[in-house]
Ligand binder design. Structure first.
Ligand SMILES: [Zn+2]
Ligand SMILES: [Zn+2]
Length: 368
């Protein structure tokens, strides 16, 4: 199998054609990956923000067709179309049973960048090749846990389905699940990349009528308008918090941070009105700490701050809900795809992402 591999942090992915893939073990499934989004979190592994062992096959936002199932697999069969979930959801652990499948206890295994037993089914040059998020969708085939996928109807195009697996569940979920947006609310979204655009369209679906998009890249602010932003603020000019407060004279009912920097998290907290809600969605480096005034952040202003992992999604419920919204024309999916590429051009996709010229690049795999 040929796929681009991260061999060391801060280096371009290296195209390797010697990747061997073992058959699925018990509870595992071989998936023909048809499409994979290139997400900012892939770049975050490349630059060490999310520290995972190398060499590693990246890619955690994909969809495809079940090719082969291992012993004991009962929920999918060969030929089924599936959205891959970058968080496994076992349905049986404490958090899954408490409606928090996005924190499934089985996901602890992902730190080792293998499957649920900590080992990988991939080798390259005879040595183990790690898999991001129990997936590795930058390759045309993947061995993944049965609990890391959701079966979808065959008529959903797999390129749009792929995006659901991370960016859409995370961004739309942040607005619909994590936040408590009320009809008529003012919402601010700091960071308008692929996930931020989904927060914006989720806020619109939730009934927000003033949606303030904040970014430093003009092209991202233009895209934000297409996804529902009613106001845009170019944060490279002046004081974005003051500009956002000036829009309704009070601040946002809900402020989202979708970048992962300490400074912008503090901006989100300051952009929320007293009594408002702050949702932290962006993935920070491991060494980011916030400097918050306890009295004025929490007590006198009664703001609440919530961390948002995977859009607080329970994938088995939320993937069908999102597809429903898409069928009704309320959720844009195809529109998120700026570029379709093959997996030899992921490095260019990272450059486009850094420049802010794309919402999403999507890899369409060849299978020969
Ligand atoms: Zn992602
Ligand atoms: Zn679980």
């Amino acid at each position: 199998m040929k796929a681009p591999v991260l061999t060391a942090y801060d280096t371009p992915l290296e195209l390797r054609d010697d990747i061997e893939i073992a058959p699925p073990g018990p509870g595992e499934v071989k998936v023909k990956v048809v499409a994979s989004g290139v997400c900012h979190s892939d770049l975050s592994v490349l630059n060490g923000t999310i520290p995972l062992p190398t060499p590693i096959l990246l890619g955690h936002e994909g969809a495809g067709v079940v090719e082969e199932v291992g012993d004991g697999v009962t929920t999918v069969a060969p030929g089924d179309h599936v959205v891959l979930s970058f968080v496994p959801a076992c349905g049986e652990c404490y958090t899954c049973k408490h409606g928090q499948a996005y924190l499934c206890e089985k996901s602890a295994a992902q730190a080792a960048a293998g499957l649920l037993d900590g080992t990988t089914r991939l080798t390259s040059g005879g040595a183990p090749l790690h898999q991001m998020a129990c997936l590795g969708t930058f390759g045309p085939y993947a061995i993944v846990p049965e609990i890391s996928m959701v079966k979808i109807p065959d008529d959903v195009p797999l390129d749009v389905a792929a995006l659901i697996g991370c960016g859409v569940l995370t961004g739309v979920g942040a607005a619909l699940n994590t936040a408590s947006i009320q009809a008529g609310d003012t919402v601010a979204v700091i960071g308008c990349g692929g996930v931020g655009l989904n927060v914006i369209q989720g806020a619109k679906i939730a009934g927000a009528t003033t949606i303030i998009a904040i970014d430093m890249v003009a092209s991202k602010l233009e895209m934000a308008k297409e996804f529902g932003a009613t106001h845009t603020i170019d944060a490279s000019e002046g004081d974005p918090v003051g500009a956002a407060m000036a829009i309704n004279g009070r601040g946002a009912d809900v402020a989202f941070e979708v970048i992962g920097l300490g400074a912008t998290m503090e901006q989100a907290i300051n952009t929320a009105r007293p009594g408002g809600e702050v949702i932290l969605v962006g993935v920070p480096r491991m060494d980011v700490f916030l400097n918050l005034n306890a009295a004025f952040t929490f007590l006198y202003t009664a703001k609440s701050i919530k961390g948002c992992w995977y859009g607080s999604s329970n994938v088995h419920d939320d993937v069908p809900k999102l597809l429903d919204l898409w069928r009704r024309g309320e959720l844009k999916l195809k529109e998120l795809i700026s570029k379709e590429i093959d997996n030899e051009h992921v490095n260019e996709a990272f450059e486009d992402m850094k420049a802010g010229t794309v919402a999403r690049s999507v890899i369409l795999h060849h299978h020969d």
